[in-house]
Design a protein around this ligand. Structure first.
Ligand code: TXE
Length: 496
């Protein structure tokens, strides 16, 4: 690991000062007047404030979204919505350099990553622009006696609440804004209290691009206040939530009042299986970055690396060599690969798991420490890996959400698959092998929404992803996602 402390970059004017909620096309303070400090996780310094939304602010945002849903927006044609999405695409891409710096300052991910999201954002917006004809009316053939014409409508569900985590708001927001704009829904988004700025700036740019008043609304604030109010709100039709399964459980309870539709994407403890015949030149960096990307704060992180016993020693030596090349530090330095964790709370959580790994008997083979020196005021942890982990240790069972990998040895494919599926989660998994039959057997058997073979973490918005078991339900991306923002309705017309 090498450390990056210095950088030289112009900071965007948007960062700093007190930000407001976006409600009905207007920027407004919280009704309580209260605010939350915005902390740069690379320095621990306050870089501004966001509004602390509560029930009253959520009420007015939902009312604005409802007015917009019932109003002029409901008469926009698919063609108009497609043009709007493409205009949003162009405006965002023109301003992407600024958005990337804002994201880096707000949540720590390095510019290498945030700038790299430009192409991905383009693909996502292009995909949702291609979906604006999804809200269709079909004339369906039927098997009724008599002379009936049957129509099947697909209408937008209405007001959608989006609750977004802090680990990638520039990405996460599109799983709500994209399908909402494509289908003619309206949205109220509650970003995470730790990372709201890039969503607020995106919202500003969306207004500039011509998104009508009230179609998208953003209320910032704490989860237990603004998030809870959104999940409980009687006039919200659907909630798209990404976060921990514990919070999802309260969102499920809160949503029961008006039987909201839910889409839940909740972390994992994904297995990444390296067979002895794998090409280790690819498998080692692939599996390592499958955990360390975004400092491990990725829902699909392949944190349980199962390594066939015959190559365990070689794999560990290569992991040591690979991690020694990783550049960690302030994300504003242009070649930094890993930035800080999001917050002191997350740092404490990750350090707790690192301690626990040692206590439970795993061998610490790389990293394990918080970074000091000029980075001591930020929330940095070395890329860390434990060897000889057993699948029942806490570090192999609970989501750590930090740069911590567990290497777990296995004997044969049956052993690997049994261990891989011995988890409460089911979001993703990986397989590294040069044997086609092993690749097919393993990818079929892993109980998860996505399996990568000889790669890790690639994502096509037209294909999408989602989880099973404790990783949640409901697909993000692809036509299936768009369908979730629509409600079917049948109309039977007796022609006699
Ligand atoms: O998540 P929360 P936290 C996991 C990861 C991490 C752990 C804790 O393991 O270490 O969760 O992170 C809002 N009603 N993931 O505490 O609480 C909150 O304001 C409604 C995995 O930050 O789930 C934020 O906007 N909303 C994950 C969002 O929920 C509430 C990404 C997520 O916060 C709420 C993040 C409530 N009662 C964390 N309480 C992934 N799947 O990628 C909080 N929120």
């Amino acid at each position: 690991m090498t450390v990056r402390e210095t950088f030289d970059i112009a900071l965007p004017a948007f960062v700093g000062g007190a930000k407001k909620h976006l409600i009905g096309g207007q920027w407004v303070d919280s009704q309580s007047g209260e605010r939350i400090e915005v902390i740069n996780p690379a320095t621990g310094e306050a870089i501004g404030q966001i509004a602390r939304g509560t029930v009253a602010d959520v009420d007015s945002a939902v009312a604005a979204a409802r007015r917009a849903f019932e109003g002029e927006w409901s008469r926009w044609t698919p063609h108009q919505r497609r043009k709007l999405l493409l205009k949003v695409h162009d405006v965002l891409l023109d301003n992407f350099g600024e958005l990337a710096v804002i994201e880096t300052l707000d949540m720590g991910a390095p510019l290498l990553r945030t700038r790299g999201l430009k192409e991905w954002t383009s693909q996502v917006l292009q995909f949702y622009a291609s979906q604006t004809n999804a809200a269709t009316i079909e004339s369906a053939p039927n098997s009724l006696p008599g002379n009936f014409m049957t129509l099947k409508h697909r209408a937008p569900v209405g007001v959608v609440g989006g609750i977004i985590p802090w680990n990638g708001p520039l990405i996460g927001q599109w799983w709500i804004f994209g399908p909402a704009l494509a289908t003619g829904c309206t949205a109220v988004v509650k970003p995470a209290e730790d990372a709201s700025l890039s969503i607020l700036r995106t919202a500003e740019l969306m207004l500039e691009a011509g998104v009508p008043e009230g179609v998208i609304n953003v209320v910032t604030g704490y989860g237990r206040e603004a998030g809870q109010a959104l999940a409980e709100h009687g006039d919200v039709d659907r909630i798209a939530f990404t976060g921990s399964y514990q919070t999802a459980q309260s969102v499920i309870r809160a949503s029961a009042g008006n039987i909201k539709r839910l889409q839940l994407e909740l972390g994992g403890k994904s297995p990444d299986i390296v067979f002895a015949d794998a090409d280790l030149d690819k498998a080692v960096p692939g599996a390592a970055m499958g955990v360390y990307t975004n400092s491990g704060q990725v829902c699909v992180a392949g944190t349980r690396i199962f390594v066939q016993r015959a190559i365990q020693d070689e794999f560990v030596e290569r992991m040591k060599a690979f991690t020694s090349t990783i550049r960690v530090g302030n994300g504003l330095a242009p070649d930094t690969q890993l930035g800080p964790l999001i917050s002191q709370r997350q740092l404490d959580r990750v350090m707790h798991y690192i301690d626990l790994g040692g206590q439970e008997g795993a061998r610490l083979s790389g990293g394990g420490k918080r970074l000091g020196g000029k980075l001591a005021s930020g929330f940095f942890v070395e890329p860390t890996f434990f060897d000889d982990v057993s699948n029942d240790m806490t570090i192999a069972r609970e989501e750590i959400f930090g740069p911590v990998a567990s290497i777990i040895p296995f004997d044969d494919i049956e052993d690997a698959l049994r261990l891989a599926n011995d988890t409460a989660y089911g979001l993703a998994g990986g397989v590294w092998t040069q044997n086609l039959s092993t690749a097919h057997k393993a990818s079929r058997a892993i109980k998860a929404g996505t399996v990568w073979v000889n790669c890790y973490g690639v994502l096509d918005p037209a294909i999408g992803f989602g989880g099973t078991r404790m990783s949640g339900y409901g697909w993000k991306g692809s036509r299936e996602h768009v369908e979730g923002f629509l409600s079917p309705k049948a109309v039977y017309i007796n022609l006699d």
